[in-house]
Design a protein around this ligand. Structure first.
Ligand code: NAD
Ligand code: WQD
Length: 343
């Protein structure tokens, strides 16, 4: 059995490849390197000590995907499951380039499902996001919370889940898990792979590590007047290595299930951490001080978000094990050793 990993050169993809290898799964990677570099795959090879079979292919190229499925089957290594990471993920860019986001994220999923259907590949793990929930009616977020995304990026994730639900209903062999990630941060403890965003980061953790390096002068904290423990926004940060392991467990669950289904599953720790708490933990773990300024609230931000991760435990046997301190230490280890990322 072989797994096709789309977007395998990205932040979460690379960490997942390491966990798949550790659990003795074979995989092939498809990526168009629109938000990553082949150097990320070379770095994974340094950890696994094995060459990676990858295809520089866009997931919107259905024929190329079908060819990969056929070639793998002909070589006696049929693909049985797909982990679909490939997507564009910037909330702000999705507002200014909405059609590009629908084309890439929805167009890509439709072509992938088309190729899978033609090649009788029936299992998919999909990268969804807690962003599908929008403003919380109650916390923690349960999977049955209404889905009300607030931006085009979130809409692509919610639509993709609906498509997968319908795809699962069209053939009882089809099985799909949509993993709703909360806020993945940190890096592999080796410091060989990690998050490498282009330009000025949108997300808080890579922003903090760049302030720590001195590449950015200070952190702007978007609001200190929320009704939270200290006024700053609260999120459910989870270690990317924990997150990666959930994909391996999801593959196992899909492969052993006989009935077709679609399920959406939260992946978080179940604990909220404020911006101030994250900054303090980073300073303590890494011995670097993070200058900051209080800025106005960021448009579209919710005050607080954290998961109920019970379903992940019941269904795939996953719980997050690593702490905020681990996330800070490992994320800083990566950034410190690779101040220019993979370049
Ligand atoms: P990333 O940008 O690092 O990785 C995505 C990878 O997909 C990149 O290597 C990119 O080159 C590739 N890609 C994009 N479009 C493609 C296409 N059309 N064809 C082939 N390859 C393509 O992002 P990530 O942080 O690793 O996120 C992975 C997935 O998880 C995405 O679907 C993202 O929306 C989702 N997600 C991420 C977060 C987060 O905070 N990082 C949170 C929730 C959900
Ligand atoms: C976290 C907290 C900010 C930056 C986003 C996407 C979501 C998902 C993960 C893909 C908030 C505050 C941030 C900064 C700050 N991605 N902050 N200064 O917004 O929870 O989620 O990434 O699916 O879809 O929306 O994460 O890291 O941007 O923000 O004060 O420079 O940090 O206000 O409270 P967010 P984030």
């Amino acid at each position: 059995m072989t797994i096709l990993v789309t977007g395998g050169a990205g932040f979460i993809g690379t960490h997942t490849l390491v966990e798949l290898d550790a659990a003795d799964h074979s995989f092939v990677v498809v990526d168009n390197f629109s938000n990553s570099s082949q150097k990320a795959l070379t770095a994974v090879e340094k950890i696994t000590n094995k060459p990676i079979c990858f295809f520089d292919v866009d997931v919107r190229n259905e024929e190329a995907l079908q060819q990969i499925f056929e070639n793998q089957a002909a070589a006696g290594r049929p693909i049985t499951t797909v982990i679909h990471f490939a997507a564009l993920k910037s909330v702000s860019e999705s507002v200014s380039h909405a059609v590009r986001y629908y084309d890439n994220n929805i167009g890509g999923l439709l072509k992938l499902l088309g190729a899978m259907t033609k090649s009788n590949v029936n299992n998919i793990v999909f990268s969804s996001s807690a962003t599908v929930y929008g403003d919380p009616e109650a916390l923690p977020f349960e999977e049955n919370h209404p889905v009300r995304p607030k931006n085009p990026y979130g809409h692509t994730k919610a639509m993709a889940e609906q498509i997968l639900d319908d795809w699962a209903k069209q053939d009882k062999k089809n099985k799909a898990i949509a993993l709703r990630y909360f806020n993945p941060i940190g890096a592999h403890p080796s410091g060989i792979i990690g998050e490498d965003p282009n330009g000025v980061p949108n997300n808080i953790f890579p922003y903090i590590t760049r302030v720590a390096l001195g590449h950015l002068p200070w952190l702007n904290i978007f609001g200190n007047d929320y009704s939270t423990v200290d006024g700053t926004g609260v999120r459910d940060y989870l270690h990317v290595v924990d997150l990666a392991k959930a994909h391996e467990l999801s593959v196992r669950y899909l492969e052993k299930s006989s009935e077709g289904f679609f399920k959406a599953v939260n992946l978080g720790t179940g604990t909220g951490t404020s911006v101030f708490q994250l900054v303090q933990s980073f300073e303590l773990q890494c011995g670097v001080s993070i200058p900051y300024q209080i800025a106005t609230r960021r448009n579209g931000d919710v005050s607080s978000a954290w998961a109920n991760p019970q379903l992940a435990k019941n269904l795939i046997g996953w719980t997050a094990k690593l702490s905020i301190a681990d996330m800070c230490r490992d994320g800083w280890n990566w950034q410190y050793k690779n101040p220019r990322g993979y370049n």
